[in-house]
Design a protein around this ligand. Structure first.
Ligand SMILES: Cc1ncc(COP(=O)(O)O)c(C=O)c1O
Length: 394
């Protein structure tokens, strides 16, 4: 017999985000007085730049505190498309743009608007944890494509091609990647876009970490010649401008897809926060020095954390080319001395050394843990010291 507590099947098909679960556990220990080094949260430790905060204060002072258009104010959509044009040479109009409540919301709405039960979505591994769950929620089928750690987790067009079937609807690309920091080769992404266009498949490029690239200039797959109807952009201001709490993201796509997203959004969240929208306009239109400054800092932290991880005996770590995550392979420590898998290892690391990391299964691999180095050098040094001492016990 059905009880009132019984949840819908689609809710049972997903799980709580593991990255948020790790943060909650670290927070619980902190409340008990523990001094936790938190490599779990993928959140910039920088404050939101002052000019962006001032724009929000001004919005409040001017009583810009009411509903706006569901898909965001025109001024914001204009600022989004102009920034994309100036950064990547694309040519979107505001009709091809919707502002959302953060990047996660952009991806959620996009997948719900596009994916029917049984549609296949190709997802390279390791992947950002949320893709799998939002595809499952829509009734879609995740088709995972393994990448090779020895090749720096690079993705090739032939890897994708091998997994295409008549049911393939969408390919998800996240470069720079969360969790590996891999930046896929441009030639392969061009080839993937061509294959997708030829086969009538869509590509979603998640550009959350696009501006955090350590070598070379950022570009967008949507800027590849003739790809505007094939490539959909999911964007976020969260990491780029240290605005995680403000919740502003966006989708750039052909207008019928934007229309579908708007329908869903009009019945769920309605517009993103009006004050945050004004702050986002400032973030996008002001000089971008804050982004360059953060990138320079992340580069120092990347070098320090990778060097420290590689100094731990039997730990290997590929050099991240973008974003702010390290994804070391710690498999040499598994299956002995009570460390059955990376989940147990992460639990013990948190309990015994008060260092929070996210176990690899959240991202589709069994041999790794993810460390976010959006964290001060002091914390990074202390975390590495504790990890070295922890691993020395085994
Ligand atoms: C790859 C990737 N895409 C999108 C997002 C969404 O970010 P937000 O919802 O905070 O804008 C994140 C956040 O961690 C991410 O790592």
């Amino acid at each position: 017999m059905q009880t009132l507590q019984e949840l819908a099947d689609r809710i049972s098909s997903i799980s709580v985000s593991s990255t948020l679960a790790v943060s909650a556990e670290a927070e619980r220990l902190r409340r008990q007085g523990a001094d936790v080094v938190d490599f779990g949260a993928g959140e910039p430790d920088f404050p939101t730049p002052d000019n962006i905060k001032r724009a929000a204060v001004e919005a409040i002072d001017k009583n810009f505190t009411k509903y706006t258009n569901t898909g965001g104010i025109d001024e914001l959509k204009q600022a989004i498309v102009e920034r994309h044009t100036s950064d990547y040479g694309t040519a979107y109009t505001t009709k091809e743009c919707v502002a959302t409540v953060g990047g996660k919301h952009a991806i959620f709405n996009l997948i719900q608007a596009l994916i029917d039960p049984g549609d296949e979505v190709i997802i390279p591994v390791p992947y950002w944890v949320t893709y799998k769950d939002v595809v499952n929620y829509a009734g879609g089928i995740c088709v995972f494509v393994d990448t090779d750690e020895a090749e720096g987790f690079q993705l090739s067009a032939s890897m994708i091609e091998r997994h295409i079937t008549p049911k393939t609807k969408l390919i998800i690309i996240n470069s720079p990647s969360n969790p590996s920091g891999a930046v896929f080769a441009r030639a392969e992404l061009e080839r993937i876009a061509q294959i997708a266009r030829d086969r009538g498949i869509l590509v979603m490029t998640d550009e959350c970490y696009h501006r955090f690239l350590y070598d070379g200039e950022p570009y967008s797959m949507a800027g590849f010649h003739g790809m505007k109807d094939t490539v959909i952009v999911a964007g976020s201001l969260s990491k780029t401008y240290a605005m995680t709490g403000w919740r502003i993201g966006f989708v750039l796509a052909p207008s019928p897809i934007i229309g579908g997203i708007m329908k869903l959004q009009s019945h769920s969240t309605s517009n993103p926060n009006s004050i945050a929208q004004k702050a986002a306009v400032e973030a996008l239109r002001a000089p971008q020095d804050c982004v360059r400054a953060m990138l320079a800092e992340y580069r120092c932290r990347r070098d320090r954390i990778v060097e420290g991880l590689r100094a731990i005996p039997r730990v290997t770590c590929t050099m991240p080319q973008g974003a702010f995550y390290a994804y070391p392979n710690i498999s040499a420590y598994l299956n002995g001395d009570g460390l059955a898998d990376t989940t147990v290892l992460a639990e013990r690391l948190l309990d015994e050394a008060h260092v929070a990391v996210v176990p690899g299964p959240a991202f589709g691999t069994q041999q790794h843990v993810r460390l976010s180095y959006a964290n001060s050098l002091t914390h990074i040094d202390e975390g590495l010291r504790r990890m070295a001492a922890f691993f020395a016990k085994f």
